[in-house]
Design a protein around this ligand. Structure first.
Ligand code: SF4
Ligand code: SF4
Length: 710
C-alpha cells in the first residue's frame, strides 16, 4: 500500500519512503567514513599550504567578498567562453541548489525541525530542485561531450580519475531522478507535477519495470547505490582535482588586490633569505594554494603567446608540474618546515639539499625564460592563479643564485649596471633626442612647483632612434597644449624593469632607489610617460622605495587634452585612415588603460578596426619580461603572429602606445603577406596627433617636418 505523500492541505513527503530504516545506521556509518576521509585529505592540503612563506592576503575583506561574488558565484571569467562557461554555471548552481536541498532534508528529518512543508516544499524542494537537477545534468553532459568527444586542444585527454569524477556526478544526478520518479509514480503523489523531470523519469521506469513490487525494488537498490556514490564522491574530493570546488573560491578570495603581476618583494638586506625560489618552501602560502586551485581547464595555455608559438612554456603545465612535485614531496617538505621552525638548520639543509630544485629541475630553465610576463594567462584564469610572480621567483633563483641567464640578456644587464640603460652600444646620450626642442630639465627649472608633469622619457625614448621620434612628438604635443613639463635628462636612469623581470633584483633595486631619490629631490608629484613598462614601475613598484607619484600614460594625457579642447587638430588629415590598435600588455592587462588610446584615435577621426584579440585578450608583441633583449630562438615568432593578425584587419596603420611594441610590430610586419604592398606602417598614436596638430599650425608644421626626418 503506497504511503500518503502528506496531508491534502499541506504538501510534504516522507523522507525515507520505502527504505528500511533499520539499516539507516549503514548510511550514518558511510557518512562518518566520508567525513573522516574528507577531513584528513583537506588537512593534508592545508598543511601543505602552511609550509609557505607568510603573505598578507586577508586585508580589505569587503573587496575580496565582492570578487568572490562576481567571479566564484557569478562565474564572470568562466562565462567569457560561452559553451564551457554555461556548462560550468549549470553544474555549479545545480549542485549548490541540490546541496541546499540536502541541508533542508537534514534539518527536517535529522534535527526534527519540520521545514519541508507547504509552499516552501513545493516551490523549493520540489520544483526548484527538480529543475536545477535537470540543468546540472545537462551541464554535465556538455562537459563529458566536450572533454571526450569534442576534445579542444587546451583540454588534455585526462586521467582516469577525471573521467570517474564526471561519471560519478552523472550517476548521482541520474540516480537522484530515479529515486524521486519511482516514489512519485508509486505513491501517486498529489504534488508530482511540481517535480516534472523526476515524474517523467518515474513514468519511463514504470514502463520498463511494471508493477509496484518491481518499482519498489528498483527504488531501494538505487537509493543505496546513490548514497554510496554520493559519499564516495565527497570523501574523494580532497584527493582529486574536484577539490577546486573549495580551493577555487578560496583562491579568488585571497587573490591579489594590489599592482598586477608585481614580483614578490625581497629583503636583500636579509642574508639568510633565499634568493628566489629554490624549493617550494621559498614560495608563499598563497603561491602554494594557487597550485591546488587549478582546475586544469587550459584557459591560460590557450591564451599564452609563448605556447601559441611552440615555445617550451605552458602556464598550465608550470602550475601542474609544481603541484605534482609538492604533492610527491609533501612529507619531506613538512619535515623541512618543522626543522626550520625549530631552528634546526642542519636538518633543514639536509632535507632541502635532497629535494629537486624548482628552477631548472622541476621546471626547465628554457620554460622560465620563455615567459614574456604578458599576464594573458592570469587574466584568463577563472580562479585567479598568479603565474607570473611564481615564474619570476624561479627566474630570480636562476639569475641571482645560479648566475644563469641567456647571453644577450646578460649583456643588457651588464650595460644597465655600467651605463644605467640596457641599450648596449648606443652612442646617444639622454639629452640628444630633444636638443632642438624647447625641453627643459628639472635641474634647469627655477621653480619646480610650476612644473605640471615630469616627462619620464625612458631608455627607449632616449637611445632608440625610432622611439626618439615618439618622444619628440609627445614633447611637441605637450608644448602646443601649453603644458609645463620638464625631463630629468642626464639624471634619469633605467627604471630597472628589465632587471626585475629577468630576476636581477639587485640591479633593479639599485636603479629604483637612485631614481626615487632623484624624483623626490625635485618633489615630483605628477609624471607622464609614453612607456607602459616605466609606468608600471613609477606608478606601482617604486612605492616600496618611497616613490609615491601620480603617474599617467601619454594616451591618458593626450585624450584629456583633446577632451578639454586644448589641441587644435586637423581632423580631416586622418579621416580616411584605417587603423588598428594593439594593446600593450603593461598598459592594458597590467594597468587597465584601454579606452584612452582608442579615444585618441576616434578623436582624430580615424577608421578604427579591432583585432579579434584585443583589450584584456590582447596578444603580446613578444617583448615583455626583458624579452626585448633576449631573442628566444625556440619555436616561432610571437611578434609575427601578432603582426599577421594586425595586417589581417586591413589596417593601413598599426597603432600602439609602447616603445617595445612599436619595435616588435615594425619588425613583425616585415614579410607578412600583403603588408609591404599595402605600405602598412606602425605608429605610436601621439605621432598621428602631432601630425594633425602640425597641419593646423604652420610654424609647428615646419618643426614637425624637421623632426619627421623625424
Ligand atoms: S605571462 Fe604570458 S608568456 Fe608568461 S606564461 Fe603567462 S601567458 Fe605565457
Ligand atoms: S592555471 Fe587557471 S587557467 Fe590555467 S589550467 Fe589552471 S585553472 Fe585553468
Amino acid at each position: 500500500m503506497p504511503e500518503a505523500a502528506g496531508s491534502v492541505t499541506e504538501a510534504t513527503r516522507q523522507v525515507y519512503w520505502n527504505i528500511n530504516t533499520d539499516y539507516l545506521w549503514v548510511m550514518y556509518a558511510l557518512m562518518v567514513l566520508m567525513t573522516v576521509a574528507m577531513g584528513y585529505g583537506t588537512w593534508q592540503r592545508v598543511r601543505t599550504w602552511l609550509i609557505g612563506k607568510p603573505e598578507v592576503r586577508w586585508d580589505r575583506p569587503g573587496q575580496r567578498l565582492r570578487r568572490v561574488l562576481v567571479h566564484a558565484l557569478g562565474q564572470a571569467r568562466l562565462l567569457k567562453n560561452w559553451l564551457p562557461g554555461i556548462a560550468h554555471a549549470l553544474l555549479f548552481f545545480g549542485f549548490i541548489v541540490l546541496f541546499l536541498g540536502t541541508v533542508v532534508v537534514f534539518i527536517h528529518e535529522d534535527l526534527g525541525i519540520p521545514i519541508m512543508r507547504g509552499r516552501f516544499y513545493l516551490y523549493f524542494h520540489s520544483l526548484t530542485l527538480d529543475v536545477f537537477g535537470a540543468l546540472a545534468t545537462i551541464g554535465l553532459g556538455v562537459f563529458l561531450w566536450r572533454r571526450y568527444v569534442m576534445r579542444p586542444g587546451q583540454l588534455e585527454k585526462g586521467k582516469v580519475s577525471d573521467f570517474l569524477l564526471l561519471l560519478g556526478l552523472f550517476v548521482i544526478m541520474v540516480t537522484g531522478f530515479v529515486i524521486e520518479g519511482v516514489r512519485l509514480v508509486v505513491t501517486q503523489d498529489p504534488w508530482r507535477l511540481w517535480s516534472p523531470f523526476g515524474y517523467l523519469t518515474g513514468l519511463a521506469l514504470a514502463a520498463l519495470f511494471p508493477g509496484e513490487a518491481a518499482l519498489r525494488a528498483v527504488h531501494a537498490a538505487t537509493w543505496w547505490f546513490h548514497m554510496a556514490v554520493v559519499f564516495a564522491w565527497l570523501g574523494a574530493l580532497p584527493y582529486t582535482k574536484a577539490f577546486h570546488l573549495i580551493t577555487g573560491p578560496l583562491n579568488v578570495f585571497f587573490s591579489n588586490l594590489d599592482a598586477k603581476g608585481e614580483p614578490k618583494p625581497m629583503d636583500l638586506e636579509d642574508e639568510t633569505a633565499a634568493l628566489g625560489a629554490r624549493t617550494a618552501l621559498d614560495l608563499t602560502w598563497k603561491q602554494l594554494l594557487d597550485l591546488d586551485a587549478c582546475t586544469e581547464c587550459g584557459r591560460c595555455e590557450a591564451a599564452c603567446p609563448a605556447f601559441a608559438e611552440g615555445k617550451p612554456l605552458s602556464p598550465k603545465r608550470v602550475i601542474l608540474d609544481l603541484r605534482e612535485h609538492v604533492h610527491a614531496h609533501r612529507d619531506e617538505l613538512l619535515r623541512a618546515k618543522a626543522a626550520q621552525l625549530a631552528g634546526d638548520q642542519e636538518t633543514y639543509e639536509s632535507i632541502v639539499n635532497h629535494l629537486p630544485i624548482l628552477a631548472g629541475g622541476v621546471i626547465k630553465e628554457e620554460t622560465l625564460w620563455a615567459c614574456t610576463t604578458c599576464r594573458a594567462c592570469e587574466e584568463a584564469c577563472p580562479v585567479f592563479i598568479e603565474h607570473v610572480p611564481t615564474i619570476l621567483e624561479m627566474r630570480r633563483y636562476l639569475a641571482m643564485e645560479q648566475a644563469e641567464m641567456p647571453e644577450t640578456l646578460a649583456s643588457a644587464m651588464e650595460s644597465m649596471e655600467t651605463r644605467q640603460h640596457p641599450y648596449r652600444g648606443a652612442t646617444a646620450d639622454r639629452t640628444d633626442w630633444y636638443r632642438d626642442l624647447p625641453v627643459r630639465t628639472m635641474a634647469e627649472v627655477e621653480d619646480p612647483e610650476e612644473i605640471e608633469y615630469l616627462y619620464w622619457v625612458g631608455c627607449a625614448g632616449a637611445f632608440d632612434e625610432r622611439v626618439q621620434k615618439v618622444a619628440r612628438a609627445l614633447a611637441r604635443v605637450m608644448d602646443r597644449a601649453g603644458i609645463k613639463f620638464a625631463v630629468l635628462g642626464p639624471e634619469e636612469q633605467c627604471t630597472g624593469d628589465p632587471a626585475r623581470r629577468s630576476g636581477n633584483e639587485y640591479h633593479y633595486e639599485m636603479l629604483a632607489r637612485a631614481n626615487v631619490e632623484t624624483l623626490n629631490s625635485y618633489k615630483v608629484r605628477r609624471i607622464v610617460t609614453h612607456c607602459p613598462h616605466c609606468l608600471q614601475q613609477l606608478k606601482h613598484e617604486y612605492k616600496r622605495f618611497g616613490g609615491h607619484y601620480e603617474v599617467i600614460h601619454h594616451s591618458e594625457l593626450v585624450f584629456k587634452l583633446m577632451e578639454e579642447g586644448k589641441l587644435d587638430l586637423a581632423r580631416e588629415l586622418h579621416q580616411a585612415l584605417r587603423v588598428t590598435y594593439h594593446d600593450p600588455c603593461y598598459l592594458g592587462r597590467y594597468n587597465d588603460v584601454y579606452d584612452a588610446p582608442r579615444g585618441v584615435l576616434d578623436g582624430l577621426g580615424t577608421q578604427r578596426v579591432e583585432m579579434a584579440r584585443s583589450r584584456e585578450r590582447s596578444f603580446c608583441c613578444g617583448a615583455g619580461g626583458a624579452h626585448m633583449w633576449y631573442e628566444d630562438k625556440q619555436g616561432g615568432k610571437i611578434n609575427r603572429n601578432r603582426a599577421e593578425e594586425a595586417v589581417g584587419t586591413g589596417a593601413e596603420v598599426v597603432v600602439t602606445g609602447c616603445p617595445f611594441c612599436l619595435a616588435m610590430m615594425e619588425s613583425g610586419i616585415k614579410g607578412v603577406e600583403g603588408a609591404e604592398e599595402r605600405g602598412v606602417k606602425v605608429r605610436d598614436f601621439v605621432e598621428l596627433v602631432d601630425e594633425a596638430l602640425a597641419q593646423n599650425d604652420g610654424e609647428a608644421a615646419a618643426g614637425a617636418q624637421a623632426g619627421s626626418a623625424d
